[in-house]
Design a protein around this ligand. Structure first.
Ligand code: UDP
Ligand code: MG
Length: 313
């Protein structure tokens, strides 16, 4: 029977910790009783340098439920993506399959069973996808959707409306562990792993208690990181712009010469206009070209795996 580890990153979550622990323990008990997961399946809380009583609560839970509840304490606050990675890599050592979920129970724990079923049906990654964003504020909804569109335009493959509520098999986490990059954007990395994947749909709920640990500033940082860690398209845009300006400079030159020969201009205007257009275009073109090399270096230094062999016969 497969052992499940539910990974929960927690930053200042003292208000929700016990509630989350209880809800997740119930899910585990139910799945164990149905014979879908191993009896020693567990919850792994990752304390991301909380400044409140989160860690004490995790320890209390572990004492009360030594088999079901475990905890990892990070030495300081490193942010959601790193905390989640720490949890996944720790869970990889002690389980066959992991599910990552936020501590605030916004993601519906009721679909965990469906995730496990899809895992048993041969899927290595099962994405939790939000059906609608009814409970999010208008602002959060539009910014988030704009973000997915932008990512798409920039050529970054992501699963629409999927955050970090996700099942991963042990081998998927092992493959993920080969990605050594420090600029983490997990939901962009998952599609790179390959394997057969599936989605489950759920309604995103409101936080059970406490408030969001993702203020606008962190959201923008995540968005920028997502694009800059996966795409060198912005550099290509500069190159394209350079080419376009050079082309436009040709047109400007025709216009400048026509004006010059028809005598409508003050002295010095023609040479000035020509220099501005051509030098401007040339500079953009040069920056874009240099950027292409920097983009290549950037991709190389990541040392991402180039492929993932699933089977050999
Ligand atoms: N989180 C974390 N470290 C941080 C910020 C957030 O581990 O620096 C955790 C947080 O405890 C929660 C999850 O990441 O379990 C998602 O955060 P939150 O629910 O506040 O984000 P939102 O749902 O508002 O986008
Ligand atoms: Mg939340």
């Amino acid at each position: 029977m497969d052992k499940l580890a539910i990974v929960v990153p927690c930053y200042n979550e003292e208000e929700v910790l016990k509630i989350a622990s209880k809800a997740l323990r119930e899910v585990l008990a139910d799945l164990i009783q149905k014979g879908k997961i191993a009896e020693d399946s567990c919850i792994l809380f990752v304390n991301d340098g909380s400044r409140d009583r989160t860690w004490e609560l995790i320890e209390e839970e572990h004492e009360a439920y030594p088999v079901q509840v475990h905890g990892v304490k990070l030495a300081g606050n490193v942010g959601h993506q790193f905390a989640l990675t720490a949890g996944l890599l720790t869970a990889m050592e002690m389980s066959d399959v992991t599910i990552s979920i936020d501590a605030d129970l916004q993601d519906d724990v009721a679909v965990i069973e469906e995730m496990i079923d899809k895992f048993h049906a041969g899927n290595d990654i099962v994405y939790g996808v939000r059906k609608e964003r009814k409970t999010d504020t208008f602002f959060k909804r539009t910014t988030a959707q704009g973000f997915y569109k932008l990512m798409d335009m920039m050529g970054v493959k992501t699963v629409y409306n999927h955050a970090d509520f996700r099942l991963m098999s042990r081998r998927a986490v092992e493959e993920f562990s080969k990605y050594k990059e420090t600029n983490l954007f997990l939901r962009g990395m998952m599609p790179l792993i390959g394997y057969q994947t599936e989605k489950v749909y759920y309604d995103r709920k409101e936080r059970v208690a406490g408030e969001s640990k993702y203020p606008l500033k962190k959201m923008l940082a995540l968005a920028f990181n997502g694009i800059s860690s996966f795409s060198v398209k912005p550099i290509s845009l500069i190159l394209g712009m350079g080419l376009f300006i050079i082309f436009a400079a040709g047109l400007a030159a025709v216009y400048a010469f026509v004006s010059y020969f028809t005598g409508h201009v003050v002295p010095g205007w023609t040479s000035m206009i020509l220099s501005i257009w051509f030098l401007g275009g040339l500079q953009l073109l040069a920056i874009g070209l240099v950027g292409q090399y920097i983009g290549k270096i950037y991709i190389e230094v990541k040392q991402r795996p180039r492929y993932n062999i699933e089977k050999v016969v």
